[in-house]
Design a protein. Sequence first.
Length: 300
Amino acid sequence: MNGTILVTGAGGRHGSTGTHLARRLLEQGVPVRILVRRESDVSRTLQALGAEVAVGDLHDRRTLEPALEGVAQGYFAYPVTGGVVSAAANWAEAVRRGGRPIRTVVLSMAPAHPDHPSALGRAQWLAEEVLRWAGIDVFVLRVMALFHENLPLLHGRSLADDDVIRNAFGASTLAWINGQDAAELAVLALTRPELFDGPLAEVPGTELLTHQEIADVLTGVLGKPVRFESISVEAWRDELDGVVNADMASHIPHVAAAVLRRGTSMAPDPSRYTQLTGRQPVALSTYLGSIKDTLVNERR
């Protein structure tokens, strides 16, 4: 597995898995090239740490071919928005045209299923199938948990305005994981593939929490009462309009509807995470404490 690793999503916000992944690989002395649509403070910081920067677009195969030149492995992570099937097709064709056996590690999500109510969940599953049909070497790392980073993204506005978390998950217990911990799993998938069996690994989250329990944690972090309010799927979709992109605003409530019907897909297993990584996972309380100033400033 020696050689340069091309990392997509290094400039992304959701979970910042690509950014953390690139940093960790560079710390281990692994040659890293990051694919970005445009240069930014994040890309320049990673470049200063030793990463190559390739400007390109997963929706333009012509830019992917030079980005993949000389690469041994690629990390394919797509944002929570439409277009993942097209991106996967472009990636697969660029790998095929290069004529080299580039291994691709895909960061997947629990809703990736052909019958999931979320269109993005079904699209993620289909994108992974497209990569397999292309005949390239693919490993899918499916993280069966929500990211901690969802909380400020989805609920920052309601916390600032009303000291409340509102969503359609009701009293459901949900599996959670920190984005950096998900990135640590991806580091292992790239550098120690022998730890995972087969072309697909479904990896559990590290904590099990309801949103009422999360509201209680936030109460302690912010030093004032935070409530949880259960609302309908339709009402939450309307509330997310303008908070996140339209595809994500539809996706997340559908995830809630699926959880209400079927429960959590896989129980968390923090010991499994520690066994794989040799690290203790980041607790939600620790993460929320680390972003307290951001949450407080947003309130102002």
